[in-house]
Write a protein that binds this ligand. Sequence first.
Ligand SMILES: *Cc1c(COP(=O)(O)O)cnc(C)c1O
Length: 361
Amino acid sequence: MTRVYNFSAGPAALPEEVLSQARDEMLDWHGAGMSVMEMSHRGKEFMSIAAEAEADLRQLMAIPDNYKVLFLQGGASAQFAMVPLNLIGSTGKADYLRTGSWSKKAIAEGKRYGEVRVTADSEQDGRFTSVPAADALGLNGDAAYVHYTPNETIEGVEFPYVPDTGDIPLVADMSSTILSRPIDVSRFGIIYAGAQKNIGPAGLTIAIVRDDLIGKALETTPTMFKYDIHAAAGSMYNTPPTYGWYLAGLVFKWLQGKGGLAGMAEINQRKAKALYDAIDASDFYHNPVDPACRSWMNVPFTLADAELDATFLSQAAEAGLKTLKGHRSVGGMRASIYNAMPEAGVKALIDFMAEFERSHG
Ligand SMILES: *Cc1c(COP(=O)(O)O)cnc(C)c1O
């Protein structure tokens, strides 16, 4: 068996230790005589898996007691609707920061449910390569909430600060940056993330919701889209994504073994710095993002000659470095280096890039 270094933006690589443990427990979980996939979500075995995963996530992120942790389906994209459906009712208005492809999608969906105002927009000449300054967010006092995307997965642009919204709840789509470093959860009203980047397999979505924001959904909100329904049922109003929940729990334990989020942050910072340093030191590779806003998780880069892209990708794949093709809207390459990408994988990529530059530059 050969495992490659998978730089996919999502679904993304999972820690090999987690996959091995899942394999070992696949047919018979802890003597239950069945796989986690086959268990009743209301049985005592799965209830214990679910409770332990939530407790571990609360410990890792230091989630205060006045927040619910919801294990949902529908992906981050469902949250683009769920957030306005549950929150916008108080004033009918919400402020959004527009910083890349994913915030654009959140804005488009939000507009279906109320008055969405784009109060800051970092698009320049059709591209997103930075974020608005902290003192230039243009926020309104009557917003029901402020929505932003801390890490724009496609453009590789990240906020180097948490917006200060005063008493107005701050909502963050953390799909591609959750668990990459410690954060102060109390700064946020809602944090949500699709699991398939930095948590576990696709199909699970985590929403961390402050208690006072629960129970305010618009009248017509579908039952499955109401935070209060899921909160009251402990995310078991209907069948939750049980296997994804279990696998996320294994990832949380793995993170605890890495020194928690502080330990993970050190590793992530080293990985990102090594890759950006290599790009910046070369005239052959280029990253267009403002250095202050460069993502730790998604590193887009172009080659001096786009004609070489296909050769780069095929030779990288032969060297065991997969899924480096950039998003079609940005072009070039993108290396996603989430928690599960080991430092050795980043080093292998940097070595390959140097060798490719020597032979083609
Ligand atoms: C991947 C991603 C999404 C979309 O997630 P789905 O779970 O596929 O809906 C949304 N926002 C960000 C920031 C992402 O990285």
